[in-house]
Design a protein around this ligand. Structure first.
Ligand SMILES: [Zn+2]
Length: 665
């Protein structure tokens, strides 16, 4: 890890004052993020999605929250008419706050008057529901409702408040203080007053208040909020919450965060908690805490993460499975876990400068966040499995989906956390594109963009990025402003981009994955081109990911590819497809093609699908030859398993030496 340099005045360094539009702004770190005031995305893959988000998704979310009564919940509290029939889960307030956050970023991005009007409309309803002492929740603490903080395990009160604080942070950093910020400040003060060092020894079952408190503390310059976040972090992991059927790992209350070696339990909870931990660690220069999150990231990314960047393989607790437990068809990969993973990786990147983190941000953006919304921005995936066995029934016009996994995108969900999380991420996406340090500009995500900033020495510089990435791999950086003083341009070269080249001054030089840097007295009109090889490539799983052992996947640039039944002969099941990994995939007019065949049935239709394996009965080979690695594996009756004490066990034993393994080992 690189030593971080202290940013004495991060607001000035970003050049945009308090309205710089950064979703995350650490007090120190290797790189300083540029916000929406400095970076705009101009069309392309992401700019187009931002437009759909702005013109369709934001209004779609508000309409649904009105329709299902989640907005009226605030009115009922204000009018004193709460009853036992409150619509929505206890966390439905958070969706309103996440929508407001998305609207605030949208105002910062585009200045859209409709978004500004919506913020004021929603803020008025939220503010009226706040109790005189600052408490704000539509599910607890009022007539016919449970008492405040009477169910910290599952009530989500502090979780909701955390999202309110993040909305206020977005407002502060794009527009400035207003009524929304005042509501958030009073709510944060109430949290500190209730759960401070001298207060109740409680934490929320769903982390989120921590990340909201740190960022609001940063934005308002109130250390008390950061201290409260640190207090919540340290309290967790000691059995502070009541035991529950899924175990305390579900809400990361099983092991203190400094001691944990990996992410476990509910994925979104684990990741929101880690995002806050990085924030606290960087602001307090707490190396032990930062090391702990980096250790957990390394373990979980190496053993508990899908090819898409998706996290969480278990449906029962929306959680991480064991190491290597990554079934493609039962992948949960909640969209929110993708958003939360980006939050953690971006923070770790700012703290350390390690481009592995921004590599994962890119993978997750293209393969989880971009997967969720429909083309029209009015339907969403919640779960993102890597294998769908049969086409699902259309959910168009079906109303609120009660299910997270549906096989088609749904307009709204009973638990509708993902649409608003996508909305706030897309609206603020320009804040994850570029950074500066004392020596120059770094670009981490590639899209048509305009980037303006001022270096600490006062030099103003601006570049325009032209590219149709990821359709092709040419990224052209045009210098459009500068004083002629030397500075360093750094461009991320993704880990998959072996063979990348940097073209400048009429020369083309090879660059390796990591950061390609160029130090020059750049002149206006200079063009620097990064050429990334986005040709299709085969990837195979670690052999320990047994659910997909013997399989390969095809990737192209940052995109993971898939086969769809639409492209197979009618009537053929996708499960009968096999491909020849010895023939390289080809890119034909923008469509990648592989050599494949549909496996003919080995036997006629049968009543019982597990016939005797006579065709592979051992004949010529001794069961325990001297060849390295082979040994005699005893088998026991399934019914006898675990009778000799705890054991691991499996019935299906994958064959070795499939084509996909490529070579013996
Ligand atoms: Zn979600």
């Amino acid at each position: 890890m690189t030593d971080g340099c202290t940013v004495t005045d991060p607001l000035q360094a970003t050049g945009g004052g308090p309205r710089h539009g950064c979703p995350v702004l650490p007090a120190r770190g290797v790189f300083r993020p540029l916000g929406l005031a400095d970076v705009s995305l101009d069309g392309g893959f992401w700019g187009g999605r931002q437009e759909v988000n702005a013109t369709a998704t934001l209004a779609h979310c508000e309409e649904w929250m009105e329709r299902v009564g989640w907005l009226a919940n605030f009115d009922r509290v204000a009018e004193g008419s709460t009853g036992p029939d409150r619509p929505g889960w206890p966390f439905s307030d958070s969706e309103v706050y996440k929508l407001v956050e998305a609207l605030c970023w949208e105002v910062g991005r585009s200045g859209a008057p409709t978004a500004e009007t919506a913020i004021r409309r929603l803020t008025a309803r939220i503010a009226r529901a706040q109790d005189p002492d600052g408490y704000l929740n539509t599910c607890f603490g009022h007539s016919s409702q449970p008492a405040r903080y009477s169910d910290l395990e599952h009530g989500h009160e502090l979780y909701n408040t955390g999202h309110l604080l993040q909305a206020a942070v977005a407002r502060l950093r794009t527009t400035g203080a207003d009524g929304l910020v005042e509501v958030a400040r009073r709510a944060a003060d109430h949290v500190c007053g209730t759960f401070g060092a001298d207060g109740r020894n409680g934490i929320c079952g769903h982390p989120e208040i921590e990340v909201g408190l740190v960022e609001l503390g940063r934005a308002l310059g109130v250390d008390r909020y950061v201290e409260q976040a640190a207090l919540f972090l340290e309290r967790r992991g000691h059995g502070t919450l009541r035991e529950m059927p899924l175990g305390r790992a579900y809400f990361q209350d099983d092991v203190p965060i400094r001691q944990a070696d990996t992410w476990r339990g509910h994925a979104v909870r684990a990741l929101y908690l880690s995002a806050a931990a990085v924030d606290v660690a960087t602001d307090r220069d707490d190396r032990d805490l930062l090391d702990a999150v980096q250790r957990q990231w390394r373990h979980a990314v190496a053993r508990r993460t899908y090819l898409t960047g998706g996290m969480g393989s278990r449906h029962q607790d929306e959680g991480f499975g064991e190491d290597w437990e990554l079934p493609p068809d039962r992948a949960y990969c909640e969209t929110c876990a993708g958003v939360a993973s980006i939050m953690v990786s971006w923070r770790l990147f700012l703290a350390t400068g390690d481009p592995r983190y921004t590599d994962l941000v890119e993978r997750t953006l293209y393969n989880v966040v971009a997967t969720s919304p429909s083309s029209d921005g009015r339907a969403f995936f919640y779960a993102n499995p890597l294998h769908q066995r049969t086409p699902a029934a259309s959910t168009a016009g079906a109303g609120v989906s009660p299910r997270a996994e549906t096989g088609t995108r749904s307009a709204w969900f009973e638990v509708s956390c993902c649409p608003t999380n996508v909305a706030r991420t897309l609206a603020s996406l320009a804040g994850y594109v570029a950074t500066t340090d004392d020596g120059g500009l770094q670009i981490h995500q590639y899209a048509p963009a305009t980037i303006r900033t001022r270096l600490p020495d006062g030099q103003r510089l601006a570049v325009r990025v032209e590219t149709d990435y990821p359709a092709s791999g040419g990224i052209h950086v045009h210098v459009t402003e500068g004083s002629g003083q030397p500075w360093t341009l750094s461009l991320r070269v993704p880990a998959w981009a072996a063979g990348a080249r940097l073209v400048h001054d009429g020369r083309s030089t090879p660059v390796t994955p990591g950061m390609a840097t160029l130090h020059r007295a750049f002149q206006i009109g200079d063009v620097i081109t990064l050429e990334l090889p986005v040709r299709p490539r085969l990837s195979r799983p670690d052999r320990r990911i047994d659910a997909v052992r013997g399989c390969v996947a095809v990737e192209r640039g940052p995109e993971v590819l898939c086969v769809e039944s639409h492209d197979l002969p009618a009537g053929d099941a996708i499960d009968s497809l096999e491909i020849d990994p010895f023939v390289p995939p080809r890119d034909v007019d923008g469509v990648v093609r592989v050599r494949g065949r549909l496996a003919a049935p080995a036997v006629p239709e049968q009543d019982w699908p597990y016939p005797a394996a006579v065709d592979i009965a051992p004949a010529a080979v001794d069961i325990a030859p001297a060849a390295a690695g082979w040994f005699e594996v005893p088998l026991r009756p399934y019914h006898s398993w675990a009778r000799r004490g705890p054991s691991s066990m499996r019935v299906w034993l994958p064959a070795t030496r499939s084509h996909a393994d490529g070579h013996s080992s």
